[in-house]
Design a protein around this ligand. Structure first.
Ligand SMILES: NC(=O)c1ccc[n+]([C@@H]2O[C@H](COP(=O)([O-])OP(=O)(O)OC[C@H]3O[C@@H](n4cnc5c(N)ncnc54)[C@H](OP(=O)(O)O)[C@@H]3O)[C@@H](O)[C@H]2O)c1
Length: 327
């Protein structure tokens, strides 16, 4: 939960790349309510269905990797926010991760430079590291951070959250679906991997505060929620909140790797070798920077029943676009 909201001196024009996603939708609702004008590049109009009815949001569909397309959208903006990211790629060699994280960031920086816009809020992830990251996901997130930090003209702020939860997340909702499909039985890779899941509303609030606070320039913020949970505890919390049976089989790593290698070939990759590698490093903050931003982060156990409980499900599913909890 957050403390006092900073005063907004004047409406800003902001380009939000990746604004059609889970975090983007939450952030856009807050920024639009605060009176800002928002421009959202997207690869498909269908991905932006929930944003289009909002009068202060302009969705531009096109080749989001094209510098000219991005520059036209960024011209006249006060700031750019980059939320583009993927958890899985189509292939297995890392090219998809490089394209979404590194090449996209490079194109965005070129477009900003050409448009004369220097303020960037950039979404990364805990453990992002271009060299020592264990997965393509973490290495490419690290390489993108390096591009951002290496641009001398750029006024950047980087965010590195742990897992993000909230209505419409790919975490608790996915586990709830798997538990339902398997009558509560779930073979679980890396059951002891540790996280401090953070509420999507608190992540959005961190961006809003950084946008308005001058002190966030050239700062990196690690964002963690108040609970330290293993993956197994997150699944149990999901089951409790959704009132589902829960019988977890923690898989030894050798078996988990086989599971991941098989799932690499399933459509949509519910789990992958790259996910397995990311889970080898705990996603826990060294120092939680929510404090620095004046945000008292909400706990997953307190909020998850709001969208997972059986009584909340029909409402949550019908109103998927906007979170049921905005504080
Ligand atoms: N969710 C988490 O638990 C979590 C944790 C740590 C960090 N993060 C980071 O937070 C950011 C937002 O996450 P999210 O959960 O909101 O993700 P999301 O729901 O999957 O949304 C990702 C956005 O990225 C865009 N995108 C996807 N692939 C792209 C590609 N190849 N090229 C260009 N754009 C592409 C999509 O826009 P269009 O489809 O409209 O083009 C979409 O709006 C990501 O950078 C993610 O890595 C998330």
């Amino acid at each position: 939960m957050s403390t006092a909201v900073p005063t907004i001196e004047r409406p800003l024009t902001i380009c939000i790349a990746g604004g059609t996603g889970f975090v983007g939708r939450e952030l856009i609702v807050r920024l639009a309510r605060a009176g800002h004008e928002l421009r959202v590049p997207s690869r498909s109009l269908g991905h932006a269905d929930e944003l289009r009815p909002m009068p202060s949001v302009e969705v531009a569909v096109g080749d989001v990797h094209d510098t000219d397309f991005l520059r036209r959208l960024i011209e006249g903006c006060d700031a750019v926010i980059n939320l583009v990211g993927i958890l899985n790629e189509r292939g297995r060699g890392g090219a998809g991760f490089r394209r979404a994280h590194v090449e996209f960031t490079a194109a965005l920086l070129r477009a900003m430079d050409e448009a004369g816009v220097s303020r960037l809020l950039h979404m990364s992830a805990l453990n992002a590291d271009a060299e020592r990251g264990r997965s393509h996901y973490l290495r490419t997130k690290g390489a993108a951070e390096r591009l951002v930090r290496g641009a001398p003209w750029l006024d950047w702020t980087i965010f590195r959250p742990s897992l993000i939860f909230g209505p419409g997340d790919a975490l608790t909702n996915r586990f709830a679906r798997l538990l339902r499909a398997g009558a509560g039985f779930l073979p679980l890779a890396r059951a002891r991997a540790r996280f401090c899941p953070i509420y999507v509303g608190d992540v959005a609030e961190a961006f809003v505060r950084a946008l308005h606070g001058g002190s966030s320039s050239r700062q990196t913020y690690e964002l963690c929620g108040p609970e330290l949970l293993t993956l197994e505890q997150i699944v149990r919390l999901t089951a409790r909140s959704a009132r589902l049976p829960c019988h977890i089989w923690p898989l030894p790593d050798a078996l988990a790797q086989v599971q991941a290698a098989l799932m690499d070939f399933l459509p949509g990759k519910p789990f992958s070798t790259d996910n397995f590698r990311s889970l080898l490093t705990d996603a826990v903050c060294r120092g939680n920077d929510c404090d620095r931003l004046g945000i008292r982060a909400a706990s997953c156990s307190a909020l998850a029943p709001l969208w997972l409980a059986p009584a909340a499900r029909p409402r949550a599913e019908a109103a998927a676009p906007l979170p049921a909890v905005t504080r």
